[in-house]
Design a protein around this ligand. Structure first.
Ligand SMILES: [Fe+2]
Length: 392
């Protein structure tokens, strides 16, 4: 994250003696990305953060298959079923929809608190489609709800405690996720033309302290998943400061950029990650030229696969395609796509779109995971021509 925060107690000078009331020294930890050459945080633990007493490999293979034959696809996460829905948590219950070397995209309907977990292979971005949760982290807690994006930096230990009806889209990146660089000053402040800024962001505000011993922590790393047992509970940080911490941002705080004629997809960009971007399509006044065509033109996303997650309202360009709330459309590189038949004519003269969608564009092809196979609507590719192998 680009700006500095401080939570809890810290010593006046970094790397100096900092003692608990009983006189013992707190254990200082530097969390630093990019080889300690970029953002970092200094955390002060009650116990040694290095003290592990067991490690067990719990890797579960997560296979994907290429998008063959290449075609536009529609997936209905609203139709996904879990074998034991009352026992699903937001970490071990994740189901893999799509993946490539840069990002894995998962979905989960969580009903139980997750185990402690951290992703050491990259940042995670959670999008709360519905419901509420408390995200407990070594930096403190954050209450989140529908429409929240939550950025969890690499190696941030956390767990998800769900409220009611929690549905999460989860992006597991192979690198770091942050605001688009073009919206930041050289020193990291959001610029005036950015659709959101520091005032829209939330982070932990007080330490979260838990006393416990022999605590399991699942760690996703570059070779799989290992379950560690820590001598003490990792939530033992009495204070921290720095520019690296988990944060949340609600999609309703994204201020859409509009114009007289149709604005290109990059105006919706919200985050950038390694070889992918995330965009927010929010309710907005639409194009106001007297002859404007408010829905998108047909477009060939030449260098990216376009994944769209429909989360609110009624997406104008997809009317008549079978897409509903919870649907995901995948429009891969190599196939031009555009509004469904009749959508252009139907949108003429409209001045407001009540639609919310999250878009992920990946620069390398997305392969399909188990959950994608489980919820695909095979008719979608033929919904422009109204005929094809699975149409009828
Ligand atoms: Fe598109």
């Amino acid at each position: 994250m680009p700006y500095y925060r401080q939570v809890g107690e810290i010593p006046r000078k970094r790397h100096t003696q900092f003692r608990a009331p009983d006189g013992s020294l707190y254990a200082e930890e530097l969390m630093g990305v990019e080889g300690f050459s970029s953002d970092s945080a200094l955390l002060y633990h009650r116990h040694l953060p290095t003290a592990i007493v067991d490690a067990v490999d719990v890797t579960v293979p997560r296979d994907t298959a290429p998008n063959l034959p290449l075609k536009p696809r529609h997936f209905r996460t609203q139709d996904l079923k879990w074998e034991a829905p009352a026992d699903v948590d937001a970490v071990t219950g994740r189901r893999l929809l799509f993946g490539n070397a840069d990002v894995r995209i998962c979905f989960v309907e969580a009903t139980q608190p997750s185990p402690l977990y951290r992703n050491a292979a990259g940042d995670e971005l959670l999008y709360v489609q519905t419901g509420t949760a408390v995200i407990e982290t070594i930096y403190g807690s954050m209450a989140v709800g529908d429409g929240d994006y939550v950025v969890l930096p690499t190696s941030c230990t956390y767990r998800v405690v769900p409220g009611d009806d929690l549905r999460l889209l989860v992006l597991e990146a192979s690198g770091h996720i942050g605001p688009p660089k073009r919206y930041l000053s050289t020193k990291g402040q959001f610029l005036e033309h950015s659709p959101y800024c520091e005032r829209d962001l939330r982070g932990p505000v007080e330490p979260l302290l838990v006393d416990d011993t022999d605590v399991e922590v699942f760690v996703r790393h570059r070779a799989g998943v290992t379950k560690f047992t820590y001598a003490n509970h990792p939530f033992d940080v009495v204070g921290w400061d720095g520019a690296l911490y988990p944060w949340a941002f609600n999609i309703r705080d994204f201020e859409p950029i509009t114009g007289r004629v149709h604005q290109p997809p990059p105006v919706h960009q919200t985050f950038e990650g390694p070889n992918f971007v995330v965009c927010s399509f929010c309710p907005r006044k639409v194009d106001y030229h007297p002859l404007a065509v408010p829905v998108p033109y047909n477009h060939a996303n030449v260098d990216s696969d376009e994944l769209m997650f429909y989360v609110g309202g009624n997406y104008e360009a997809r009317k008549g395609s079978g897409i509903g709330l919870g649907s995901l459309s995948l429009h891969p590189s190599g196939v031009t796509h555009g509004p469904q038949p009749g959508a252009v004519e139907g949108a003429l003269g409209v001045d407001y779109f009540d639609e919310t969608a999250v878009m992920v564009d990946t620069f390398r092809p997305l392969e399909l995971g188990e959950a994608a196979d489980a919820c695909e609507d095979p008719r979608y590719a033929w919904s422009w021509a109204k005929r094809g192998p699975d149409w009828s």
